[in-house]
Design a protein around this ligand. Structure first.
Ligand code: DOR
Ligand code: ZN
Ligand code: ZN
Length: 448
């Protein structure tokens, strides 16, 4: 046979080890992994000269925007950022304009995405008001539902315990995960009202309104209401020690619960926000050192299942104008997450194996992406190729994302994604996008 491509002189991450090998890619799949002498002939041969080959990384927490929010990011710019950052698949969050929360809005979104994406993209839906629509949303291909608890985004009334309980039961029956942004709306609203009345609008006020208690309260409420409903919960971006404890306890009790942390919560603190102001406004907010240490401990303990960037692009104007109560929260993360974590690997804060587990293996398992998440013959040829020794300075002005700012701008890092293969196709090469818009796939439930 003649394969499409043979990559030789790779150091590939296979079953927990780095192995010197070659990889033959054919028709979008990994055809063979082995010695160079065992490789079939190929239309194209690439000498990787010892670069590290990781399974294509999957970011389960990305706001690609587009449609009514295309001025912040669109499918092309967002998935260019993904490819540049070493991600071969992202899961798109539903707080769009229109909100993704019906089979129709999902279908439209998928159709637009299919013409423009460069990496594989799966979709979340918010919870609809009418729960009978949920099965149609899953049939359309949603990989999961999202429950945003900090304010009302979806159709389902988040103040209504009984409605939430019903929704949990329905998601449980449908078998997809439910990703939860755990911040208690009632507590946020009450605290914010008091602070506004007292004319407080500094970063301290923002941090008070989004206190540690706000996160814990929402986690506890969800865990209580979802008991015995069969729902699989995935807690997004946990930021506090108490939150982690609640998740760990639920896991010990045998509940179907997973959780995620972000690079910004691991690497930045509330002191950074106090210094730099509302550019660093993100929800949940940055926390103090003891919480950050708890996040690192929970990575080591295995309580944390997933790393997610929570790539949340906005315009510079949206980030810098207005009061703290109106500022758009979040920051782009697709182009900084992997280099930041590889730098931490170098500093022995975590292992390369953990990065692969948290950014590939576990995301694939949790979201049922059977053909992805590890390098094996027969799996999809999604590859993140890294120069582990390349030092560089993060330069937000060069981002592919429309959001050309970052709290990590000018940080010196070591470890750079240099090639991204998606379904066997080279999409990013040395920072440049080399594939056509629409070459990525929309991934519907089942990972097909
Ligand atoms: O910081 C955030 N940004 N947190 C969220 O939950 C939403 C997100 C966004 O969409 O901008
Ligand atoms: Zn969130
Ligand atoms: Zn988010």
């Amino acid at each position: 046979m003649i394969a499409d491509n043979v990559l030789k002189n790779a150091k590939a991450y296979l079953n927990g080890q780095i192995v010197d090998c070659s990889l033959a890619l054919d028709e979008g799949k990994i055809h063979k992994i082995g010695k160079e002498s065992q490789m079939p002939n190929a239309d194209e041969k690439v000498n990787l000269r010892g670069l590290l080959v990781l399974p294509g990384l999957i970011d389960v927490h990305v706001h690609l925007r587009d449609e009514g929010k295309a001025y912040k990011e669109d499918f092309y710019s967002g998935t260019s950022a993904a490819a540049a950052g070493g991600f071969t698949m992202v899961l798109d969050m539903p707080n769009n304009d229109p909100v993704t929360m019906s089979a129709m809005s999902l279908k439209n979104r998928m159709a637009i995405a299919q013409r423009r994406v460069l990496v594989n993209v799966g979709f979340y839906s918010e919870l609809p008001k009418n729960l009978t629509e949920m099965k149609d949303i899953v049939a359309e291909g949603a990989l999961g539902f999202k429950l945003f608890m900090a304010s009302q985004v979806g159709g389902l009334n988040i103040d209504d315990d009984a409605a939430l309980q019903e929704a949990f039961r329905e998601v449980g029956e449908l078998g997809v995960p439910l990703a939860v942004h755990a911040e208690d709306k009632t507590l946020i609203t009450a605290t914010e009202a008091k602070l506004r009345q007292a004319k407080k609008s500094d970063t301290a006020a923002f941090l008070k309104a989004h206190s540690e208690e706000v996160e814990l309260k929402a986690i506890q409420r969800v865990l209580t209401l979802s008991a015995e409903t069969g729902v699989r919960l995935h807690f997004c971006h946990i930021s506090t020690q108490e939150g982690l404890n609640a998740v760990a306890e639920a896991k010990r009790a045998g509940r179907a619960v997973t959780c995620e942390v972000t690079p910004h919560h691991l690497l930045l603190s509330r002191a950074d926000m106090e210094r730099q102001g509302q550019m660093l406004a993100v929800l949940p907010p940055l926390r103090s050192k003891n919480h950050i240490q708890a996040l690192w401990n929970s990575l080591a303990d295995g309580v944390v299942d997933v790393l997610g960037s929570d790539h949340a692009p906005h315009t510079l104007d949206e980030k810098s104008s207005g009061s703290i109560w109106d500022v758009k929260v979040g920051m782009p993360g697709l182009e900084t997450s992997l280099p930041l974590l590889l730098t931490q690997v170098r500093r022995k804060q975590l292992s390369l194996g953990q990065v692969v587990q948290l950014f590939a293996e576990n995301p694939a398992r949790i979201y049922g992406l059977d053909g992805r998440g590890s390098l094996e013959q027969g799996k999809n040829a999604d590859l993140t190729i890294v120069d582990f020794n390349r030092e560089f300075k993060i330069d937000a002005s060069k981002f592919k994302s429309k959001a050309k700012f970052s709290p990590f701008d000018k940080w010196q890092v070591v470890g750079k994604p240099v090639k991204t293969y998606v379904n066997g196709l080279l999409v990013m090469d040395e920072g440049e996008i080399v594939a056509k818009a629409g070459s990525g796939k929309v991934i519907r439930g089942g990972g097909k």
